[in-house]
Unconditional design. Structure first.
Ligand SMILES: [Zn+2]
Length: 326
């Protein structure tokens, strides 16, 4: 073979040619912006480990939701810090908790914005675990009943999608049944299907005040060493009726995203988690990296791996950057 017959550089010669042959792209429509709602009025407090991400009272959550919608981002995911905590996390299904109040207010102010409700108990329990305890263990089946109450209360408050992040066995089937029984057949379930026990959640636990008071979450979240087990979780959630499949965190688990994408025909979401965000922000603040370039490259790599939806704290910045480029 002659040396000069295969020249991939022909397809990289100019920006126009590169545009023609580009295989993947990032759009504002791929993004979901997570928000943290707290009690009170006119609260907007920056979360120290998540620069430019805030604890918002309901009034400010509505303002942020409007901004998100006007930027063209299709959805927000709502997390909350409750006014009270107890052993079973009952504030999670209290219709007057900040999350439920924020959902109602956002749905009224920006009805076209898709509201995703995070369903878990760790932000609402005194012990910080994701379910009801029996001794020092999380009781799976007792927890399912509580999660069903949370899902229904969020659906009543205006959530379009319920996103269970607890990793209890059998939860998708139980939540589906509970939503249907309550008349919410059209509320979809975005399952945190494959959620690893990850060190990358550190800043989120400050943000959501949800660090476990003892032990850790390895008894229910997945071992980062495993991928076959991820496919088992996937099969279960598909069988139980999950409408969207999520992999969390994103960047360390893009191989898993690819495996999921190749196996299924339902939408795949990734959660670009707090630790991934905080590392980029810290390096950027030190002038060590080009923040915009690193963020766009990271999110594009999630698309390339097969993600349809990216939940990210960078969403507002990315929406603005993409607008500048067009
Ligand atoms: Zn949890």
């Amino acid at each position: 073979m002659k040396l000069n017959t295969l020249r991939p550089r022909r397809l990289r010669q100019s920006s126009a040619i590169r545009d023609m042959v580009r295989e993947n792209s990032l759009s504002v429509k791929d993004l979901v912006y997570p928000i943290f709602v707290v009690a009170g009025e006119n609260v907007k407090e920056e979360i120290p480990s998540l620069p430019n991400v805030y604890h918002l009272s309901v009034d400010n959550a509505v303002k942020t939701a409007k901004e998100v919608y006007e930027l063209g981002i299709p959805a927000i995911e709502v997390f909350g810090l409750p006014e009270y905590k107890d052993e079973i996390g009952s504030s999670a299904w209290d219709l007057n908790s900040p999350v439920q109040r924020a959902m109602r207010a956002i749905k009224e102010a920006v009805p076209q914005l898709v509201i995703i409700g995070d369903v878990c108990l760790c932000q609402y329990t005194t012990h910080g675990h994701c379910g009801q305890l029996c001794g020092h263990e999380v009781d799976n089946d007792a927890t399912l009943k509580l999660l069903a109450k949370v899902a229904v209360s969020q659906a009543k408050s205006g959530a379009d999608i319920i996103a269970p992040s607890d990793m209890m066995d059998g939860r998708i089937a139980v939540l589906r049944e509970a939503l249907d029984e309550a008349g919410f057949q059209n509320v979809a379930i975005m399952s945190y299907t494959i959620k690893y026990a990850s060190g990358y959640y550190g800043p989120f636990r400050d943000a959501a005040d949800s660090a476990p008071q003892f032990g850790d979450r390895r008894g229910y979240q997945m071992d980062p060493a495993n991928s076959r087990e991820a496919m088992k979780e996937l099969e279960l959630d598909l069988a139980e009726g999950a409408d969207y499949i999520m992999v969390k965190p994103a960047l360390c688990y893009l191989d898993i995203v690819r495996q999921v994408r190749d196996r299924i025909n339902r939408p795949v979401a990734v959660y670009n988690v707090s630790g991934e965000y905080a590392m980029v922000k810290a390096a950027a603040q030190n002038g060590w990296i080009d923040e915009k370039r690193i963020v766009l490259e990271s999110l594009l790599s999630m698309k390339r791996a097969g993600a349809d939806i990216i939940i990210t704290y960078h969403a507002i910045d990315v929406a603005k950057w993409l607008k500048e480029e067009n």
